[in-house]
Design a protein around this ligand. Structure first.
Ligand SMILES: Nc1ncnc2c1ncn2[C@@H]1O[C@H](COP(=O)(O)OP(=O)(O)OP(=O)(O)O)[C@@H](O)[C@H]1O
Ligand SMILES: [Mg+2]
Length: 506
């Protein structure tokens, strides 16, 4: 791609960006949130068609002018977007072959499609019935279906925009192996990721983009490329430490969940949370570690106004009194906040503007006699824009126009605005660049320093070890261990995350 420039109203997303990908290599693109990575890949894959950008795309020796995604797909370029794009109501097979159906005499051959799908699922390591509807799969599994869907096309260049953001360590490694396997078959990949350790492992070259401009391309084989080197390129300086220093001031237990049991919403005989108890002290950051599907999100959501599953039994005690949180409204009323791991489906209304999104969980705070005070709304949104460094020309812009990481910051701002006593964060740094992660950790620590309680669900063990005071492990819906951060290691966490060793914390 030579001298690519792409503008949106009021934003120059890319200016004069160039990138060269060699046949069969794995080429990474790194850069801060809003740097222009996804936009560049949308230009390449025809999402932004020829004519809407300037500059040239050279592919296999000639200039290509893709007029849509189908045109780039025909040329062997497949893109897996940052935000998953499967149809929830359709099955795995139907999604894989959507727009690419196997035909026989003018009819779709579903039998052949299903067989092919099973083959593809095995290749990506997803153990699911191909007839399963997408909506019953977690984000991690959906990601694997996306890859199966790309493989069904005769792909020569695979573009992966943060493919491992929603995956745990094991699944991420599996996916990286898959990409390496494709490379061995001559398929080149372009991969965008904020997980720099993965980039370091897998990339042959790395192009760094900052503020819509190419900064440099690093040749990994030449040596000397490590995470710190990449960060220096991304932010223009070194980052001394990944986790801000903090001396915790931990007070009394103020929030307790006792013997919490939740049934699966569709399958009554399945208990997704089983007799789990936990407590949070004032000023404490409590981590929750568990594998994908262990029930961490289900636990959090069911506490947060029973927004998941069917409540069977259990009590919630806050400030010494039992409270009953029958819906989200009452949870907010009682000072709880929940930042969802799924920002697109649950975290944001994508039709709203940034400022509307930020105030949406507590409109009463900006109302005067039941009418929203527009200038306060604007002022508050501006304040969060500055504090969290949300990259946008204006808070009046739609949230759908923000880059992924910046959308995440809006979700955080929304819940900070409710001024909660207990903030539950579910994968809050997913898709967030290293610099902004540090800012988010600082925000979490500041909330704790104000005497609030924080529950942090994270698939990244280093993150839990870096900022939690105490970590619960969850395995198959049960809390299996309760480990003070000073004693936690990746090994003992992993052990408790993968076995029902101990009974629920007594
Ligand atoms: N459809 C759009 N309309 C207006 N502005 C847009 C649109 N899409 C992207 N932008 C802006 O272009 C810039 C680059 O966005 P892009 O999504 O490419 O960032 P990114 O590098 O992928 O970031 P992230 O790591 O957060 O995903 C951002 O400032 C973003 O707000
Ligand atoms: Mg992006």
């Amino acid at each position: 791609m030579r001298s690519i420039t792409k503008e949106f109203p009021g934003v120059k997303a890319l200016s004069d960006v160039s990138i060269t990908v060699r046949a069969g290599e794995i080429h990474a693109i790194c850069g801060e949130n809003g740097a222009g990575k996804s936009t560049l890949m949308k230009v390449l894959s025809g999402v932004y068609p020829f004519g809407t950008y300037t500059g040239d795309i050279w592919y296999q020796g000639e200039i290509v002018e893709f007029k849509d995604i189908r045109a780039s797909e025909r040329a062997g370029i497949a893109i897996i977007h940052q935000e998953l794009a499967l149809i929830p109501e359709l099955s795995i097979t139907e999604n894989i072959f959507l727009g690419n159906e196997i035909e026989h005499g003018g009819r779709i051959d579903w039998r052949a499609a299903k067989l092919r799908a099973m083959d593809l699922l095995a290749r990506v390591g997803l153990d699911e019935d191909p007839d399963t509807q997408i909506k019953h799969l977690g984000v991690g599994k959906q990601q694997l279906v996306e890859i199966a869907k790309a493989l069904v096309k005769d792909v020569k260049l695979l573009i992966l925009d943060e493919p491992t953001a929603a995956l745990n360590e094991d699944d991420s490694q599996h996916l990286l192996d898959l990409i390496r396997g494709l490379k061995a078959k001559g398929i080149a990949s372009i991969m965008i990721s904020h997980k720099l350790n993965e980039i370091e492992q897998i990339a042959d070259s790395i192009t760094i983009i900052r503020d819509g401009q190419t900064i440099e391309t690093l040749d990994v084989a030449a040596g000397g490329v490590d995470e710190d080197r990449i960060i220096r390129g991304m932010v223009g300086r070194s980052l001394e430490s990944r986790y801000p220093d903090r001396t915790p001031k931990i007070g009394e237990v103020f929030f307790r969940v006792e013997d919490w049991t939740i049934q699966h919403p569709q399958v009554p005989e399945r208990l997704v949370v089983k007799g789990s108890s936990l407590e949070v002290r004032r000023g404490e950051i409590v981590g929750i570690a568990g594998l994908m599907g262990a029930g961490r999100t289900e636990l959090a959501m069911s506490i947060f106004g029973r927004s998941y599953g069917t409540y069977l039994s259990g009590r919630i005690i806050k400030d010494g009194e039992e409270i009953v949180l029958k819906d989200v409204e009452s949870a907010i009323e009682h000072g709880l906040a929940y930042v969802s791991e799924d920002r697109k489906q649950l975290g944001l209304n994508l039709l709203d503007t940034i400022k509307r999104s930020i105030v949406s969980a507590k409109l009463r705070k900006i109302a005067r006699r039941g009418v929203i005070d527009n200038s306060r709304e604007h002022g508050i949104a501006e304040d969060y824009r500055k504090r969290l460094r949300i990259k946008t020309p204006s808070v009046e812009a739609g949230v759908s126009k923000l880059s992924g990481g910046n959308q995440q910051k809006v979700v955080l701002a929304k819940w900070m605005f409710t001024d909660p006593d207990l903030l539950i964060l579910d994968e809050p740094t997913r898709g967030i660049d290293v610099g902004a992660k540090y800012e988010i950790y600082t925000i979490i620590q500041n909330l704790a320093a104000q005497g609030k309680g924080v529950i942090l669900i994270s698939s990244e063990l280093p993150e839990l070890l870096g900022i939690a005071d105490r970590i619960y492990t969850v395995f198959e819906g049960q809390i299996t261990d309760d480990i003070p951060a000073s004693q936690a290691t990746p090994e003992n966490l992993m052990r408790s995350m993968t076995s029902a060793k101990k009974k629920a914390n007594a």
